[in-house]
Design a protein around this ligand. Structure first.
Ligand SMILES: [Cu+2]
Length: 341
């Protein structure tokens, strides 16, 4: 038996079990989206006052470009999410050194065998066929290496599937042939359509060609985002390398992942599923802003701040009150509170 096979098979089984466990947890993710959409739009007055107070929105200039490919680059782009930084460290400080050491070690063994045991230098070949010690070593060491890689690898996998917290901002990216639409169900019913700029317009903006767009996907920085993707026609994929993010946009299906961007800036990505003749011309530009400026942008697009949330909360507390309407319910609630304290 090839010594490398069974540890690999074991790793594959472990990984498969993990994936199955994660899939079993997945349905919770799909339920989160409807709450905000069901809530009636209310509190228009507060929105108007807030709009008056909020600073006006101005798009970030090219000096804020952070996630962008460079000519001749061979490494990952700098990472601006915790998962990206974790993955980058695993790649740089674990995988690359392990790969390098193993490759050099195998190369050295080959060279040694070729030189030392060539026919001229070794006319009488040894008849040895077994060496228990060496066989144990060459089985155990690869197993330990694979386990050492599996631990951070499975950790990363699990982190990437973490469910967004309840107060995350929901943003839905819809792929169209061949542009993106971004809707913000927490802030009213509006969709921003994002088309690629021509080379001249991108150049005039100081932005890279084939990546600059007319309307960016504006998001809050340092805030958990429940990013959902779907498609109106064929399969697209929403991918932004510097945010460690790639998720398919499939017609009739809603995919969801948690995204938290660590700092304000502009991050470019591209559709990453061959989707037709202009597949290469539907870039993604994410603009992460501090919270107030993000809300100013929402207002500038005709969205409502807090309206849907507040209404949902009202509905929730009304439902709670109804449930706890009878005296027994009230006593139970009090007991529960006391227990919690
Ligand atoms: Cu596409």
């Amino acid at each position: 038996m090839n010594f490398g096979d069974w540890p690999k098979a074991a790793l594959r089984i472990v990984t498969t079990l993990w994936a199955a466990a994660l899939l079993a947890l997945a349905p919770q993710v799909a339920l989160a989206q409807d709450e905000a959409a069901d809530a009636p739009v209310a509190a228009a007055e507060t929105t108007e006052t807030e709009a008056a107070e909020a600073p006006a929105y101005t798009p970030l200039g090219p000096e804020h470009i952070k996630g962008v490919p460079e000519a001749g680059g061979i490494d990952f782009q700098p990472q601006y999410t915790d998962d990206g930084q974790f993955a980058y460290k695993m790649h740089t400080y674990l995988l690359v050194p392990v790969i390098t050491v193993i490759s050099l070690f195998v190369l050295a063994l080959l060279l040694w065998v070729v030189v030392r045991y060539r026919r001229k230098a070794n006319p009488e070949p040894s008849k040895t066929t077994h060496n228990t010690f060496i066989e144990v070593v060459w089985t155990l060491v690869p197993v330990l290496i694979l386990v050492g890689i599996a631990i951070p690898s499975i950790t990363l996998l699990a982190r990437q599937f973490e469910t967004a917290p309840e107060d995350a901002v929901t943003i839905k990216a819809t792929g169209y042939q061949w542009y993106w639409g971004y809707s913000y169900p927490d802030y009213g019913e509006f969709e921003v359509i994002s088309n690629m700029l021509s080379d001249e317009d991108a150049d005039a903006n100081g932005e890279p060609r084939n990546l600059a767009v007319d309307n960016r996907m504006v998001v809050p920085a340092n805030t958990p985002i429940r990013l959902q993707t779907t498609s109106a026609d064929v399969i697209h994929a929403f991918a932004v390398p510097s945010l460690w993010f790639k998720i398919d946009a499939v017609p009739g299906r809603l995919n969801e992942r948690l995204l938290t961007i660590n700092e304000p800036g502009i991050y470019y990505g591209q559709c990453s599923e061959l989707c037709g003749i202009k597949h290469g011309f539907m870039p993604i530009a994410v603009e992460a802003l501090p919270r107030e400026q993000f809300e100013a942008w929402i207002v500038s697009k005709g969205g409502t701040i807090g309206g849907a949330d507040a209404a949902a909360e009202d509905a929730q507390s009304a439902a709670d009150a109804a449930a706890a309407g009878d005296a027994a319910g009230a006593v139970e609630a009090e007991t529960a509170e006391a227990a919690a304290e």
